[in-house]
Design a protein around this ligand. Structure first.
Ligand SMILES: Nc1ncnc2c1ncn2[C@@H]1O[C@H](COP(=O)(O)OP(=O)(O)OP(=O)(O)O)[C@@H](O)[C@H]1O
Ligand SMILES: [Mg+2]
Length: 264
């Protein structure tokens, strides 16, 4: 599904991706963790063809960098990300944004059909946003924007669905509702393969069989949730004493004190 071999990316003399090796099969969904600035979104922009790497091998859904136009792969990928949100034009309405997901474009450049609009309305309603359809995307609240982007990602019936911090800005009830929906989507026989980026390990529901952690522009750890969501590994990555308790099939962080800090 995705194979990255020794992928590097430099910008402004900064090393953003420093030899990424990542292999994601179509069997099973992956959660991706890592500190701010560790390279998660950059790596996913390489996967979605929005940012070219400086070197390395990239293969996504059979598209190979250098042999095929990697931008074509976007038609098969749903992407929910603040990086996408920032690219949306101010004048577009919520409905325009959702319809544009059918064409994997930012903005609407092709004539739309009644079917596109009907499907977009159905997805907006599914996300509880039908009353927002005529409102400009630019004026929506953060949680509303997030729901609209999720509706957009779902109209293309993607093979791969990348959710980059999809719950940021959602209230607690909306978050749980959304996580239930992710569970359902992840167990559908013809549903997309999911990649779920988060800073909150409790969002990693049992539907995720693999967890990757990025650190300093590399994949630092990859394995099953049991292997990766451990006190040792999380504490070393975050520099926090992180106890993890498993409850209801999910992992909950219990304490988070800075490593080396003494109680006062
Ligand atoms: N186009 C660019 N030009 C210069 N620097 C960039 C560019 N894109 C990303 N970076 C830098 O690369 C690093 C990795 O950014 P990235 O957005 O991938 O982090 P992240 O792991 O997604 O972090 P977060 O958890 O905060 O979303 C950051 O230091 C960022 O400033
Ligand atoms: Mg990011």
């Amino acid at each position: 599904m995705i194979t990255l071999k020794n992928v590097t990316m430099h910008r402004d003399r900064e090393m953003i991706l420093d030899g990424v090796n990542w292999d994601i099969s179509s069997h099973g969904h992956t959660a991706l963790l890592g500190l701010n600035g560790s390279g998660k979104t950059a790596m996913l922009q390489v996967v979605t063809g929005y940012m070219p790497p400086s070197s390395g091998e990239v293969e996504v859904l059979g598209y190979v960098r250098g042999k095929s136009d990697l931008r074509e792969v976007r038609r098969h990928i749903g992407w929910v990300s603040s990086a996408l949100s920032e690219r949306i034009h101010d004048r577009d309405t919520a409905l325009d944004v959702v319809v544009s997901g059918r064409y994997a474009s930012i903005g609407l450049w092709e004539p739309t059909t009644d079917e596109d609009v009907a499907l977009a309305r159905e997805r907006l309603a599914f996300m509880g946003c039908e009353r927002l359809e005529d409102r400009r995307y630019a004026v929506l609240s953060q949680g509303e924007k997030q729901r609209v982007l999720i509706a957009r990602a779902l109209v293309s019936r993607p093979t791969l669905l990348i959710l980059d911090e999809p719950c940021s800005g959602l209230d607690p009830a909306a978050r749980e509702h959304f996580l239930e929906f992710v569970e359902k989507l992840g167990t559908e026989p013809d549903g997309p393969t999911l990649i779920y980026v988060t800073h909150h390990i409790e969002e990693i529901t049992p539907v995720f069989h693999q967890v990757s952690i990025m650190k300093d522009g590399r994949i630092h750890a990859h394995g099953s949730p049991q292997e990766v969501l451990t006190h040792e590994l999380l504490s070393s990555v975050y520099g926090l004493e992180m106890e993890v308790v498993r409850r209801g099939g999910r992992y909950w962080p219990q304490t988070a004190t800075v490593v080396g800090a003494t109680a006062g």
